[in-house]
Write a protein that binds this ligand. Structure first.
Ligand code: F6P
Length: 366
């Protein structure tokens, strides 16, 4: 028999600002219930290899023994990334590959997995193979996890995009330039959509628009022509592009410049790919708050024996209520199904997001 008073926690997949805040919350909430927490180092790779580090210890006070968080846990909430490290573990794609992890989990009271869709798919597979509760927490800057209106990391990523675009607009105005700024998001265009509104972009390009390369180029050319038409006085053009749009940023800029040669020859068009910058940074208030409340709900779920579920933030109706009105539990099978629908566009959430962008598209470039 293993030590069933220790919960294992791991972070997996693309890191997201706020993961550390979730780790701290899990550690403090568990300690408050007299339960230890072991951090698995290196995501699912660490689980397979048994690489863990204690996040709590036991002290003996006048009133008796108690479980307390390691002092450094307090400091980690403000840090970006994940102090436990992460990995993309291909062995987790098969039951045979997962077997050592299933065996390793037997000695814990349960496992909390903090990550995006790939990580939650691993948690779902594990839940079906091991005897202890497995609970997921959505953490992905892409905001492509079903049953959670926001995953941990999204708000910080958007703040980073806003700050970066504000800086780019400073120099764009100085030279009356057009910039195409590419943001992360994998197949999901949410960061580009929400970011475009926040930064006052003149146009936004995202995969869910379903445009051909020619239509993408047309949209960019039209935005620049409209902005730099005589007499408008606009000094900059900012086009946000989601990385899921298949045309590479530099190719898009070249094709746009070729089209503008005839009637706007003097306009400079530049490309900036924000890349992993969008994933870094100290977590915002919003991400720390969501991380803390999801962490609390995840520990409660494990200790109640709930497994194969994810705790979602302001998710759809139908989740299992928790003590937190903004947090509910959703079966991981449903989460993964909804996540797939978010990406293939059949989800009502995606349709609402696209509909909202169509509503503002005509205004963006004014
Ligand atoms: O899923 C988060 C994410 O940052 C995506 O937006 C991006 O496409 C991907 O991870 C990049 O993955 P990696 O860091 O492994 O290159």
């Amino acid at each position: 028999m293993g030590d069933h008073r220790t919960i294992a926690v791991l972070t997996s997949g693309g890191d997201a600002p706020g993961m550390n805040a979730a780790i701290r919350a899990i550690t403090k909430v568990a300690a408050s219930r007299g339960v230890h927490v072991a951090g698995v180092v290196g995501g699912y790779t660490g689980l397979l290899e048994g690489t863990t580090r204690a996040l709590t210890h036991e002290v003996t006070t006048a009133s008796g023994k108690m479980v307390v968080p390691e002092p450094e846990v307090d400091a980690i909430a403000a840090l970006g990334g994940t102090v436990l490290g992460s990995a993309r573990e291909l062995r987790f794609l098969t039951a045979a590959g997962r077997a050592p992890a299933v065996a390793a989990l037997a000695k814990f009271a349960g496992l909390v997995v903090i990550g995006g869709n790939g990580s939650l798919a691993g948690a779902h597979a594990l839940a079906g193979e091991c005897s202890v509760p497995v609970v997921g927490i959505p953490a992905s800057i892409d905001n492509d996890v079903g049953c959670s209106s926001s995953a941990i990391g999204v708000d910080t990523a958007l703040n980073t995009i806003v700050d970066a675009c504000d800086k780019i607009c400073d120099t764009a105005r100085a030279h009356r330039r057009a910039f195409v700024v590419e943001v992360m998001g994998r197949e999901c265009g949410y960061l580009a959509m929400a970011g475009a509104i926040a930064v006052g972009a003149d146009a936004v390009l995202f995969r869910e628009q379903g445009r051909t390369e020619e239509a993408i180029v047309d949209a960019a050319v039209q935005a620049i022509r409209r902005a730099f038409e005589q007499g408008r006085g606009k000094q900059r053009v900012l086009i946000l592009k989601a990385e899921g749009v298949s045309v590479p940023c530099t190719r898009l800029v070249r094709l746009v410049e070729e089209r503008l040669l005839s009637d706007l020859p003097g306009v400079d068009v530049r490309a900036t790919v924000l890349g992993h910058l969008v994933r870094g940074g100290n977590p915002s208030f919003q991400d720390r708050m969501i991380a803390g409340r999801l962490g609390l709900a995840a520990v409660a779920a494990v200790l109640e024996g709930a497994s194969d579920v994810m705790v979602g933030w302001q998710g759809p109706a139908g989740g299992v209520p928790t003590g937190d009105p903004a947090v509910a539990r959703f079966a991981l099978e449903l989460v993964l199904r909804e996540s797939a629908a978010l990406v293939d566009g059949t989800s009502a959430v995606t349709r609402r997001r696209v509909q909202m962008m169509e509503l503002v598209e005509g205004v963006l470039g004014l």
